[in-house]
Design a protein around this ligand. Structure first.
Ligand SMILES: [Zn+2]
Length: 146
């Protein structure tokens, strides 16, 4: 399945989740629903970060390289060494994604849990939204591995 199909499927599943939540009387703020839709976009595509030509890989590459340049520029401006560590960490993460086998670890339920969980620090619902989006990808790939 290509990225627009994964995105469409993730958003349809998200809409179904929201409508059924409202149907069963769960109150959701409009802002929470909007943030959930925004969260769905990257998480529905996230598993394909293990594929060089995927849209999520290309976007993450641009974002990480941009953040690395900003961190290095910030170091020259502020002389704070932790900014160099951030730059090194971002480059190391990008490097690791180049060696991932397609439909390997990033296409597992445990990776989805690990990737969604940090959002619970902001709002537990965000982690639920992220996990639903992630699972929509695995379901569409018919690749449900723990
Ligand atoms: Zn995939």
């Amino acid at each position: 399945m290509n990225w627009p199909s994964h995105l469409a499927f993730g958003l349809v599943l998200y809409a179904a989740f929201i409508f059924s939540s409202i149907f069963f009387g769960y109150h959701l703020e409009v802002l929470t629903i909007a943030i959930g839709a925004i969260i769905t976009i990257p998480y529905a595509l996230l598993p394909d970060i293990d594929h060089d030509m995927s849209k999520i890989s290309q976007v993450v590459e641009i974002l990480f390289l941009g953040a690395t340049v900003v961190a290095i520029a910030g170091y020259f401006y502020s002389k704070k060494e932790e900014l160099l560590m951030v730059a090194g960490f971002l480059v190391a993460l990008l490097f690791v994604t180049k060696f991932l086998r397609h439909r390997g670890i990033t296409h597992t339920i445990r990776f989805g849990i690990a990737a969604a969980l940090p959002l619970a620090l902001a709002n537990p619902l965000y982690a639920v939204f992220a996990f639903i989006a992630f699972m929509s990808h695995l379901a569409a790939d018919m690749h449900l591995k723990l």
